[in-house]
Design a protein. Structure first.
Length: 131
C-alpha cells in the first residue's frame, strides 16, 4: 500500500484516539447507564494519553507517521504530533513543558467531570424534597 495513504491513516487514527481519550467517556455513558466495553476501552485510552503527555513521552504513532511520510518522499517533522498539527490552532507560541503537563491533567479533569457528573446529578435528584 502507498506509504502516504498509510501515513494519512495513522494521522486520522492518532487524531481520533486523542479525541476519544478526552471525550470518549460520553460514549461510555448512554441512556442513563454505563456501557462496560466503552468504559474499559475509554479508561485505558485516557490513562495512556494522560501518561504520555504528563511524562513527556513520544506516542509511538508519531514516529510511525513520520517514517511513513519519509518513505512516501514527504518531509517528516521533528516535533510531537500535538506540536506539529494542533499547536498552531491552540497555542500561538511553542508548547512548553508546564502547558504540556496542564494538558495531561486537563484530560483527567474532563474525564472526572464526564464520569462524576451523572452520579452527582443522580444523587442530587434523590435528595429528600426533590422531585
Amino acid at each position: 500500500m502507498n506509504p502516504r495513504v498509510l501515513a494519512d491513516a495513522v494521522l486520522i487514527f492518532h487524531a481520533s484516539f486523542i479525541l476519544f481519550a478526552v471525550f470518549g467517556g460520553m460514549l461510555a455513558y448512554r441512556q442513563g447507564r454505563w456501557c462496560k466495553i466503552w468504559l474499559i476501552l475509554h479508561l485505558c485510552c485516557a490513562a495512556w494519553a494522560a501518561t504520555v503527555v504528563i511524562m513527556g513521552w513520544t506516542c509511538p504513532l508519531t514516529p510511525l507517521e513520520q517514517q511513513l511520510r519519509q518513505a512516501a518522499g514527504q518531509q517528516g517533522y521533528t516535533k510531537s504530533f500535538i506540536e506539529h498539527y494542533l499547536l498552531v490552532a491552540i497555542y500561538p507560541e511553542g508548547l512548553i513543558r508546564p502547558i504540556q503537563i496542564a494538558l495531561g491533567f486537563g484530560v483527567l479533569a474532563i474525564n472526572t467531570l464526564i464520569y462524576g457528573l451523572p452520579s452527582f446529578l443522580k444523587r442530587k435528584a434523590a435528595l429528600p424534597g426533590k422531585k
